[in-house]
Design a protein around this ligand. Structure first.
Ligand code: NAD
Ligand code: IPM
Ligand code: MN
Length: 352
């Protein structure tokens, strides 16, 4: 069971180290970890944010554990050399079109949410975000208009096959969990969204037992913090899913708590090939200070055990250990506490 560990930039290496320590403490026979350079770290060392060797290592593995990429010193590079291209490239090259971002307030941990307890308790949703299309991967550029001013442009599009395959992922998730499905779009303004909505309705015919509704993204953002209990599975595109998942994480308590898995169609001998990463970035403002909360990355490792290695019991044990640590008041600065990265990691391992 080969895991490619790609720590990346900023707090990426700090949080990844704790998730690796959790995996190692489980002493799972047959688990082999190897690591590679990615992001700004790879650019500085190899002149490219996603070196060929790193991509080959990811392809070779059964799962990828990813930290974060992003380095302010690279923000003025040509776009194709910027650290963020590494994660976008991995998602695209590995065909990881389905990004699952579960956001839930654990029972008894309502106090970590900035929402009132009666509202926070109802927050338990799975965001299914399309990950390899949308305005992220369309043509883009800057040009000069006829009147001589500079203009930036990005093309947004979805092909129906792209909408259909992610819709199936979301409908299957809703069906197996017995949850309603909300498809989030901006069909009142965007043609991309109108096609999205039409295709989702077509796919829904195959899942008559799933209750489907549609919501505009602006309303959805408002409902996530006012009536989170009305969401079960949320299906949305790449850009809206990026924004809504950061919002949902803050409603849970912190972005340092939200894991994700990115899946495609490839099956390995053990399960579904996937890339697992916290939803947060490299957090340059706290990098190198031992302050980052590693829980999102530890929970991402749990998702890896579940989806890529079929180890449901071990995944649940890791999740329970994190929830127990939080209940015991092991809180990082992001949650108003004073525990550092290493102390949080150690506390989770103790509770395993
Ligand atoms: P960010 O998620 O890195 O940070 C936002 C805020 O949340 C910061 O104040 C940060 O300190 C805090 N934060 C994030 N993770 C935390 C954790 N685990 N514990 C405690 N606090 C945490 O977003 P940003 O500041 O907009 O972006 C920084 C860089 O990261 C940019 O270069 C961006 O492109 C990149 N980024 C990368 C990924 C990824 O690799 N998948 C995701 C998001 C952003
Ligand atoms: C995320 C990040 C990435 C995204 C960036 C770094 C490209 O924000 O994983 O949520 O926008 O998908
Ligand atoms: Mn994001």
């Amino acid at each position: 069971m080969k895991i490619a560990v790609l720590p990346g930039d900023g707090i990426g290496p700090e949080v990844t180290a704790e998730a690796v320590a959790v995996l190692e403490s489980l002493a799972l026979p047959g688990l082999v970890l190897f690591s590679g350079d990615v992001g700004g770290a790879a650019y500085h060392r190899h002149g490219h944010p996603l070196p060929e060797e790193t991509l080959a290592m990811a392809r070779e593995a059964d799962a990828v554990l990813f930290g974060a990429v992003g380095d302010p010193s690279c923000d003025t590079l040509e776009r194709h050399l910027r650290p963020e291209q590494a994660i976008l490239g991995l998602r695209k090259h590995l065909g990881l079109f389905a990004n699952l971002r579960p956001a839930r307030v654990f029972a008894g941990l309502e106090h970590l949410s900035p929402l009132r307890a009666g509202i926070a308790g109802g927050l338990d949703m799975l965001i299914v975000r399309e990950l390899t299309g949308d305005v992220y991967f369309g043509a883009k550029g800057q040009r000069t208009t006829d009147s001589g001013e500079r203009e930036g442009w990005d093309a947004m599009s979805y092909a129906e096959s792209e909408v259909r395959r992610i819709a199936h992922v979301a409908f299957r998730a809703a069906q197996s969990a017995g949850l309603p499905l909300t498809s989030v779009d901006k069909a009142n303004v965007l043609e991309t969204s109108q096609l999205w909505r039409d295709v989702v309705v077509e796919v829904s015919a195959e899942y008559p037992e799933v209750a489907l509704d549609h919501m505009y993204v602006d309303n959805a953002a408002m409902q996530v913090v006012s009536h989170p209990d009305r969401f079960g599975v949320v299906l949305t595109g790449n850009l809206f899913g990026d924004i809504l998942s950061d919002l949902a994480s803050a409603a849970v308590g912190s972005i340092g708590l939200l894991p994700s898995s990115s899946l495609g169609e490839r099956q390995t001998a053990y399960g579904t090939f996937g890339l697992y990463e916290p939803i947060h970035g490299s957090a340059p403002d706290i990098a190198g200070q031992g302050k980052a909360n590693p829980m999102a990355t530890i929970l991402s490792a749990a998702m890896m055990l579940r989806h890529s290695f079929g180890m449901e019991a071990e995944a649940a044990r890791v999740e329970a250990a994190v929830a127990r640590a939080l209940a015991d008041g092991i809180l990082g600065g992001d949650l108003g506490g004073a525990h550092g990265t290493a102390a949080i990691g150690a506390a989770v391992r103790e509770r395993l």
